[in-house]
Design a protein around this ligand. Sequence first.
Ligand code: GDP
Length: 198
Amino acid sequence: AQIKEVEFLKSSGRAKDCPKDGRPEFAILGRSNVGKSSLINALVRKKEVALTSKKPGKTQLINHFLVNKSWYIVDLPGYGFAKAPGSVRMDWSAFTKGYFLNRDTLVAVLLLIDASVPPQKIDLDCANWLGRNKIPLTLVFTKCDKMKRGKRPDENIRSFQEVIRENYRAHPPWIMTSSVTGLGRDELLLHMSQLRNY
Ligand code: GDP
């Protein structure tokens, strides 16, 4: 299940422009600052990989990384820039929704949720939308090491699951992670390798 090799393949502006080689892929999605780059770097154990997509102009694109020459990690634009004007937010959703609804090779969306804060509306909306549209989803809770007094990642996780429940026939799989301690890294890699083989 380990990642031996990763290469940045391409950035696409539209779902139509994504690679057409039929390789399976996992899309990584979440609010900006959720810890997406840290998680990708922890999975890949390389500093420079996710940084490629942080270059100016690349953050609003669909970025394909080829792993072990056989499957893709897809870095999608972050959502929830509080200060973004309405039109920018609209662009995000039209374009990203097009990708979810039309991408046959998408094995699952890994939706990153910050476990150190109570459920946020924008994350719930996103999880519910994916559920209603029957897009396969795995919830990846980030920053699970943040255990300050009064801040309970496990309680935040439980409330999140309760709210989204009605939009799913079966509750989506979920994994607790921390890029600081490495929690969940191997579990997530194993999970992805199992999904690829089904
Ligand atoms: P991105 O905008 O989603 O790519 O988020 P980053 O990976 O850049 O992380 C945003 C901030 O959260 C940074 O200050 C990170 O150091 C911090 N962070 C990311 N992952 C973790 C984690 O697992 N635990 C803790 N405590 N902080 C984290």
